[in-house]
Design a protein around this ligand. Structure first.
Ligand code: 3HC
Length: 317
């Protein structure tokens, strides 16, 4: 099934993908996507994993860090009953999701039988390249290797594998359980079939995918977000207004659900710093150099919600 040639539009595609899931998976060539491996159980990884488990996929979520794994599992244990109490999920859906989802620190166990691997680890190119080379040797020949990287395009990674046509960017947004959009970014090496399979996979998660036909730094959303973030930090550093006033302006005048400072707290100020610094080192363009405010927060480990303090305080985590 191809999303772009379906005669009846999006809803029929969603129905058709759900039908495929009921029949036991989604096609990848002659194979089906039934098993999904998520590498990296942090902020993004564990929520992507849970989204896939709730959609009926068999998911293994892995991380090298035991503490991160435990935290991810704890999130699932707390979150799912809350959804039942709120009337958003039935007990049967929760039980099915729990049965579909497991956590392990063993990459080989998590990846060896997966049809799709989604990498959601730290934004460091060399670490991702090493991981993809390892995944290439661990995974079945038909397995698609996707990266959830916000900024690193898959053409910087695909060449370490023997399957560049099965390597693609698949970019979710934070919080991944809630945000509907996913960017599917096709590199020059990515096959049509891989991109379409990932588009279909997103629909089966209840998400709305957008296809980028070419790679570009920051894809669609982070490019737009960067412009707002940079301007907001500039206004703050100039002493024109405080972070709360700027957030209020953006929410009330532009209708964004949260302002740029609250959003940086959600996505992680460490990420803003690391990504900005790497891009500055890569391009030499001062626009990307992290501002002193961001650098100071990075050094003080005031990274936002994940450390209990960012631009705002989160005493309860
Ligand atoms: N994890 C899971 N679910 C969450 C959540 C979280 N961290 N925070 C909120 N939710 C859920 C709640 O359970 C609730 O679900 P329900 O309505 O089905 O019961 C729903 O979201 C609404 O939550 P609240 O009523 O508590 O709060 P809000 O209405 O303020 O919504 C928000 C919270 C969804 C985070 C909303 O403020 C929002 O959409 N903010 C903008 C987020 C955004 O811009 N994300 C993109 C970031 S950029 C990015 O991700 C790029 C990447 O490369 C870093």
């Amino acid at each position: 099934m191809r999303v772009d040639t379906h005669p009846k539009g999006f809803f029929s595609i969603a129905e058709s993908v759900s039908e495929q899931l009921l029949l036991g998976g989604m096609n990848v060539g002659e194979h089906k996507i039934r098993k999904v491996c998520i590498v990296g159980a942090g902020n993004m990884g564990h929520q992507i994993a849970l989204s896939a488990a709730l959609a009926g996929f068999e998911v293994k979520c892995t991380d090298v860090n035991e503490e991160v794994l435990k935290k991810a599992e704890q999130f699932v244990i707390t979150y799912l009953p809350e959804r039942v109490a709120k009337g958003k999920l039935t007990q049967a859906q929760v039980d099915a999701a729990r049965a579909n989802l497991s956590f392990t620190n063993d990459l080989s166990e998590a990846a060896c039988d997966a049809d799709l691997v989604i990498e959601a680890i730290i934004e460091r190119l060399e670490i991702k390249r090493k991981l993809f080379a390892e995944l290439d040797s661990l995974c079945l020949p038909h397995t698609i290797l996707a990266t959830n990287s916000s900024y690193i395009v898959s053409s910087k990674i695909a060449d370490v594998t023997e399957r560049p046509e099965k390597v693609c960017n698949l970019h979710f947004f934070n919080p991944a359980l809630v945000m509907k959009l996913v960017e599917v970014v096709k590199g020059p090496h990515t096959s049509e079939e891989t991109a379409q399979t990932l588009m279909n996979f997103c629909v089966s998660l209840g998400k709305t995918p957008v296809l980028l036909k070419q790679e570009i730094y920051g894809f669609l959303v982070n490019r737009m977000l960067a412009a707002i973030k940079n301007e907001s930090i500039y206004l703050l550093d100039m002493g024109i207004a405080g972070h709360e006033e700027i957030d209020t302006a953006v929410t009330l005048a532009l209708g964004h659900p949260m302002g740029p400072f609250r959003l940086m707290d959600l996505t992680g100020i460490d990420l803003t710093y690391i990504v900005g610094l790497e891009r500055f080192q890569e391009t030499g363009d001062p626009i990307y150099r992290p501002s002193p405010t961001i650098a100071e927060k990075f050094v003080k480990k005031e990274w936002g919600r994940k450390t209990g303090k960012g631009f705002y305080d989160y005493p309860n985590g």
